[in-house]
Design a binder for this molecule. Sequence first.
Ligand SMILES: Nc1ncnc2c1ncn2[C@@H]1O[C@H](COP(=O)(O)OP(=O)(O)OP(=O)(O)O)[C@@H](O)[C@H]1O
Ligand SMILES: [Mg+2]
Length: 189
Amino acid sequence: MVSDIQRLLESLGELPEPLARPVLVVVSGLPGTGKSYFSKRLAERLPFFVLESDALRKILFSTPSYSSQESSQLFRVIHLLLRELLKKGIPLILDATNLSERFREHLYGIVDRLNVKLVMVRVEAPPDVVYQRLEHRAGDLENKSDADWSVYRRMMSSVDKIQRNHYVVDTSQDINPVIEKIVREVKRA
Ligand SMILES: Nc1ncnc2c1ncn2[C@@H]1O[C@H](COP(=O)(O)OP(=O)(O)OP(=O)(O)O)[C@@H](O)[C@H]1O
Ligand SMILES: [Mg+2]
């Protein structure tokens, strides 16, 4: 476990400047809804570091199996990493599907204990748009996700309503209004 965290920390490269009160942005949504796209656009507006679970998974597991055991190991390490970086004041975006409320409760626990500002974002897009995107994404070299339409369909049953305040962004529309609202909220923190 210690060596897993070490490996991930070493993979991160340069981190943004710490803030007095750090912020954690958590995106949540099914595959292909545009979480990674949205996270990158937000990180262009404010110096957030994006922790993309699909990229971190491939650092720890070079040929990922996506088994439940692999995912629990991955997210145990991601939670430790979040704590380490937030304690240092680094503003973060957690780019993962984050679909179940039970899973998100771990994140609520982390931010509440550290007095970190939490910004939750439900990312969505109409299923026909997602279908087209997933059909075309495979050739994109920047893409770190292996999820396809069958994974999307399988994960549909895991979507829980987000119990905390959250933004909703439909990435088939203009995403800038939500980005600007988040920028204003973070600057007020
Ligand atoms: N607003 C948008 N405008 C144009 N293209 C978009 C937009 N949102 C997403 N895309 C494209 O759609 C595809 C799927 O988006 P993305 O990879 O961000 O989804 P994701 O939610 O991160 O999926 P996964 O859970 O599989 O990682 C990508 O090729 C992305 O570039
Ligand atoms: Mg993604």
